[in-house]
Design a protein around this ligand. Structure first.
Ligand code: API
Length: 278
């Protein structure tokens, strides 16, 4: 099969995007791993598949796979690239696009300046929703015992996909590459977890690095940024509109507390069109 695709990124978090509206496609785990292989395939953090919606009032369905072939619930940077893709491919002429994902419904708003705002839905701090096997009940900060590091305090947040947010005084490579994988695959997270390291600069700005589930550290993580900011707002560390500085650039997050959706705004970039035989 000759597969046509777009190679895109959101602040360096990179994707292969496939149109499964014009022509139905299905990939098995081995094919996804091959496509995601940066030496033998194309290479990506996630594969995004654009499909027709199941419910008629939605515009599209959007499926997301990590480079190890596992399907995941949500991808924030991917959602912005999705919006640019469906417009560029003339799959829609709307600038407000309603999309079904594995976690539920999201809304994409393409701004006049080309940036995309995503209504990411509401977060959940209930450990059951990640899932996270919490030892304490209903506390904002949980302590996890890590071999070689001792207890690490974290906030579990679900943005549809699971996140563990760790506030740090200073971001270092050793912290991200040392603690990241230990938390990502910790037995307290039965479905594993994305791990965000947040350095609060002031009430309106943070530095953030994310060690993503199944992928490792990425240049940026949209859902990870949403998780970190809402955790910081809930802890009283941050205001309701925050700029997050990631390795790949800045994302703007807005959240007005429990019961309200998270709004994420940032860029989406198309790098090239390609085709590959599968
Ligand atoms: N690695 C994540 C999925 C991709 C999230 C990230 N790329 C984003 O922009 O939100 C997970 O396993 O839940």
């Amino acid at each position: 099969m000759l597969l046509k695709f777009s190679k895109m990124h959101g602040l360096g978090n990179d994707f292969v995007v496939v149109d499964a509206v014009s022509r139905k496609v299905y990939f098995n785990k081995e094919q996804i791993e091959f496509l995601g292989d940066r030496n033998r395939g194309i290479g990506f953090d996630q594969l995004l598949i654009v499909e027709p919606p199941i419910s008629p009032e939605m515009d599209f369905r959007y499926r997301i796979y990590n480079s190890n072939g596992s399907e995941v619930e949500h991808c924030g940077n991917g959602a912005r690239c999705f919006a640019k893709f469906v417009i560029e491919k003339d799959l829609t002429n709307k600038s407000v696009i309603n999309v079904e994902t594995k976690r539920g419904q999201i809304q994409l708003i393409v701004q006049d300046d080309g940036e995309v705002t995503v209504d990411m839905g509401e977060p959940s701090f209930n450990p059951v929703d990640l899932p996270f096997d919490a030892t304490e009940n209903d506390t904002a900060l949980y302590s996890l015992e890590l071999d070689g590091y001792g207890p690490v305090e974290l906030t579990p947040v679900s943005v549809g996909n699971p996140h563990a947010v760790i506030r740090v005084d200073r971001l270092t490579d050793e912290l991200v590459s040392g603690v990241g994988p230990l938390v990502e695959s910790h037995s307290s997270f039965p479905a594993n977890v994305n791990v965000g390291f947040m350095e609060v600069l002031n009430r309106d700005e943070v530095n953030l690095r994310v060690y993503e589930r199944d992928v490792g550290e990425t240049q940026a993580c949209g859902t990870g940024t949403c998780a970190a900011i809402v955790a910081g707002i809930r802890q009283g560390w941050l205001n309701s509109k925050v700029t997050a500085h990631l390795l790949g650039g800045d994302l703007r997050i807005e959240w007005h507390g429990e019961g309200s959706p998270i709004l994420m705004t940032g860029p989406a970039t198309k790098v090239f069109e390609g085709q590959i035989y599968l």
